[in-house]
Design a protein around this ligand. Structure first.
Ligand code: SF4
Length: 282
């Protein structure tokens, strides 16, 4: 299980924090002065901080069409973990990791399922924050339960939150996610999409108001949302997001038949987003 990351470059397709850095030339001054030099995702230039990812969240409450989660020791792709840690095991691991790597400034939880679909991530962050209040806790989520849990998230020391928002048009979103479970009800199609989008934007608004820095990940899916990235950026900016990361689709699962975006499509999507918000680039 690879848990200590020092500025990895790879984008991630699900609701994960990535190690991509701010485009320096577009941001000569720190956009996030309180995080510059402390959080590799929000720092300019080569990162010197370490980040620890804790795989504690076992399940998910939505079904993204491109997501195929698995546990195995072989694959190195988004959605795959070697195993799962319990909150107490995760706390012990943070202590051991800090002994080995005192440069660690960030503890992130991004999966392998959704971090707010179960209690495991918040229990872990609460334990970590109680013992290591100086660390930045960093959460990635699909946003379905973000507004509902916002106060508890912030109280657990979470300062940076990544929300994956792939569309703000329910018709488009309904083709990117086949179902959600919300308040014990399974919703499908446009009804699921409308609920997810509304909750994502309300969640971003709430945690931004509470002081968190919000990054949005958007998976770029050719033929589905490639002409829609500017609209996503506009909506999440209005809700309070500070930065957007366009992540090229890895064709798999229900979207295995689609092509991966070309470099030109990725550049066009980033340019459309950059009209609204700062964007990440490799
Ligand atoms: Fe997979 Fe759930 Fe993340 Fe979607 S939100 S990419 S289904 S883990």
């Amino acid at each position: 299980m690879s848990l200590i990351r020092r500025d990895p470059d790879s984008g991630n397709q699900d609701a994960r924090c990535t190690g991509q850095r701010l485009r320096l030339e577009a941001h000569p001054a720190p956009s996030f002065p309180e995080l510059d030099g402390r959080h590799p995702c929000f720092s300019r230039g080569p990162a010197r901080q370490g980040r620890l990812h804790l795989p504690v969240s076992p399940s998910c409450n939505i079904a993204c069409a491109f997501c195929r989660r698995d546990f195995n020791p072989v694959e190195q792709r988004p959605g795959v973990a070697r195993g799962l840690l319990k909150p107490d095991q995760a706390l012990g691991l943070v202590g051991r990791a800090l002994e080995l790597c005192p440069e660690i400034t960030v503890v992130g939880i991004a999966g392998p399922g959704d971090t707010l679909a179960t209690d495991h991530a918040l229990q872990t962050f609460e334990r970590v924050h109680a013992v290591y209040p100086e660390l930045i806790n960093c959460l990635s989520t699909n946003g379905l339960r973000l507004e509902e849990l916002a106060e508890r998230v912030i109280a657990a020391g979470v300062r940076t939150i990544t929300v994956t928002v792939n569309a703000v048009d329910p018709e488009i979103q309904s083709r990117l996610c086949s179902w959600i479970v919300w308040q014990r009800q399974r919703l499908t199609g446009v009804a699921a999409a409308e609920r997810l989008i509304a909750n994502q934007l309300a969640g971003i608004r709430r945690v931004s108001d509470l002081g968190a820095v919000v990054k949005v990940n958007t998976v770029l899916v050719p033929t589905l949302n490639d002409q829609h990235i500017g609209a996503v950026a506009r909506a999440v900016k209005a809700a309070g997001a500070s930065i957007l990361n366009v992540i090229p689709l890895i064709p798999q699962h229900d979207l295995a038949h689609l092509p991966a975006p070309t470099p030109g499509q990725v550049a066009a999507a980033r340019a459309a987003a950059a009209e609204q918000l700062p964007v990440f680039s490799h």
